[in-house]
Write a protein that binds this ligand. Structure first.
Ligand code: FE2
Length: 279
């Protein structure tokens, strides 16, 4: 039995860390099915699955993952994460002419070839009376600027040292194009937030739950953006995100419920399963 006023959530699957890329399609499909079977919630899944970014590094393999999920779900909604832009090998860079957006465009096409699969990119979709809206989103370094008193330029230098995003997204971001990318994604969120009951982004709009060593780490700046003004418009809504591989579910002071249900890498041993969110 499926419940109309619920959806299932997962993010940060990082498929190629769980199932090695393999030219033996039958074997790969079997291994992906096995992974998917292990993620399905023990109760009956909802009819809609939300994936809040970071499918994996290889589009064809990611498409097999979606085919496997389609065994359980009528609708699958995806936003792309930073890893969905990575070109991780010379072969990948050749294939997409060193243009990460070409890879992302192809992934959207491969995903949407499957019936009921939709990639949200500043767009919304209404399913069973619930409007879902989302986009990839990006970080804006505000955490470091506001809480660590660092400048944008200092944070850009830190970003180049610490983030794979600096080396595996092509063409490489400059300080200015990095902010342009954030602004473009932010505009897409602004366009969907008011009409959406469920908002989906890869990056979190709020760092209020951050604690411990992360509070003094500049790298935290690359995991959040300042979504405070968007959150004032999100009272009563549910906002799903990924990027951090730490499960959280809390009510923001402005009344929006923020949820992360990341799988993450095998060595993180999160024990995550797909989670059903009741509306
Ligand atoms: Fe991730």
């Amino acid at each position: 039995m499926t419940v109309a006023s619920s959806f299932d959530l997962i993010s940060d699957i990082h498929l190629d860390f769980w199932v090695r890329m393999n030219n033996n399609e039958v074997k790969q499909r079997r291994n992906i099915d096995r992974l998917v079977d292990s993620l399905i919630p023990p109760d009956h899944p909802s009819s809609t699955l939300v994936i809040a970014g970071d499918l994996g590094h290889y589009n064809v393999q990611n498409q097999q993952l979606l085919i496997s999920f389609k065994r359980f779900y009528d609708k699958i909604l995806i936003v792309f994460g930073n890893h969905d832009l990575y070109l991780v090998s010379n072969g990948q860079r050749r294939k997409y002419s060193s243009d990460s957006m070409k890879r992302r465009g192809e992934m959207k096409q491969l995903a949407e070839q499957l019936e009921g699969v939709v990639c949200l990119d500043g767009t919304t979709i209404c399913i069973d009376g619930v409007t879902y809206g989302g986009t990839a989103s990006w970080y804006d370094c505000s955490f470091g600027i506001q809480t660590l008193n660092m400048s944008q330029s200092q944070l850009y230098e830190e970003w180049k040292k610490s983030m794979n995003d600096a080396n595996l997204i092509y063409p490489r971001f400059t300080q200015s194009t990095l902010m342009d990318f954030f602004n473009h994604e932010y505009e897409k969120l602004e366009a969907v937030i008011d009409e959406s009951q469920v908002i989906i982004s890869h990056v979190s709009p709020d760092w209020s739950h951050v604690g411990g060593k992360h509070l003094i780490d500049p790298v935290t700046s690359f995991y959040y953006f300042d979504g405070s003004s968007l959150l004032t418009r999100a009272k009563g809504k549910v906002w799903c995100f990924g990027h951090i591989h730490t499960k959280v579910d809390y009510l923001h002071s402005d009344g929006c419920r923020l949820i992360n249900n990341a799988l993450g890498y095998p060595d993180e041993r999160t024990g995550t399963k797909i989670r059903t969110i009741q509306l």
